[in-house]
Design a protein around this ligand. Structure first.
Ligand code: KIV
Length: 281
């Protein structure tokens, strides 16, 4: 299948066709996702927790994020790949935002980048869009500023908070973003945002009234279990399967029931006898 473009994504919104996307941080996962027909892949800074074991996303660096984007790009050449801009790679100045977004483009050949925040990052969104790059906004629960939000909590649950999210969404579109991700927000609020915006509005934990759904691969596959948000649906329990497999392997090795002949190479016929003779001489 050919890689989707911004125009395709826009058309899918118009036609009411949902976009399915997940995060991917490594070559095998991205390969599986492309094979499964995923529309887009996000190399999220959630890799800080899911791959590196950090408590949050704050320590992730641009170099780390780009290295993972490169692996995903190689594995999924026909899938729309989005690089997630880490904390302090864009908040400082518009120039930093453009240069760091440009690194994702030049070094990892991503199709778009994403950053977190509303009105307060619209200068950066405009600067990145003006430099010719596709930039996705991200509002609601924004993990990089979860301290200010009081933790990993649902957002937009009061009328005032919802109005402020709607204003953020409109400003992000106005600044030139090609799409918007809404995280951990009630479905009714996401629906209003989707209906008011011309650009595609995607949901992660923001209900079904969106132009598509994102899930964290490690959550949906049962790999990351430190905490599981309410909006996660688990499609597999790979973590448990891996532990089972490792336990069986340990047992096999200890009991010398692995390896067997089936896992061993044969000497060419007659060579063992020759070897034994050579050892005697
Ligand atoms: O880093 C990430 O995976 C994200 C999602 C939480 C939306 O930004």
């Amino acid at each position: 299948m050919a890689k989707l473009s911004r125009i395709d994504l826009q058309r899918m919104k118009k036609d009411g066709k949902a976009v399915a996307w997940v995060t991917a941080y490594d070559f095998p996962t991205a390969q599986f996702a492309e094979k499964a027909g995923m529309d887009m892949l996000l190399v999220g800074d959630s890799l800080g927790m899911c791959v590196y074991g950090y408590e949050g996303t704050i320590p992730v660096t641009v170099d780390q994020a780009i290295m993972h984007c490169e692996a995903v790009r190689r594995a999924a050449p026909n899938t729309f790949v989005i690089g997630d801009m880490p904390f302090l790679s864009y908040q400082t100045t518009n120039a930093d935002a453009v240069l760091n977004a440009g690194r994702f483009y030049k070094e990892a050949m991503v199709d778009a980048v994403k950053l977190e925040g509303g009105i307060r990052v619209c200068g950066q969104i405009k600067a990145i869009a003006d430099a010719g790059m596709l930039i996705m906004g991200h509002i609601g629960l924004t993990p990089q500023s979860s301290g200010q939000l009081g933790g990993f909590k649902a957002q937009g649950t009061t009328a005032d908070a919802a109005i402020s999210l709607i204003r953020d969404a409109e400003a992000i579109q106005e600044a030139g973003a090609f799409s918007l991700l809404v995280e951990a927000v009630p479905p009714e609020v996401c629906r209003i945002i989707r209906d008011r915006l011309d650009i595609p509005v995607y949901s992660i934990g923001a209900g079904k009234y969106a132009d598509g759904q994102l899930m964290i691969c490690a959550d949906m596959l049962g790999i990351f279990k430190a905490f599981t948000p309410k909006f996660v649906k688990r499609y597999a329990d790979l973590g448990d399967q891996v532990v089972d497999a490792f336990e069986t392997y340990v047992k096999d090795v200890k009991e010398v029931s692995f390896p067997t002949e089936a896992h061993s190479y044969n000497m060419i016929s007659g060579e063992l006898e020759k070897l034994n003779q050579l050892l005697k001489d």
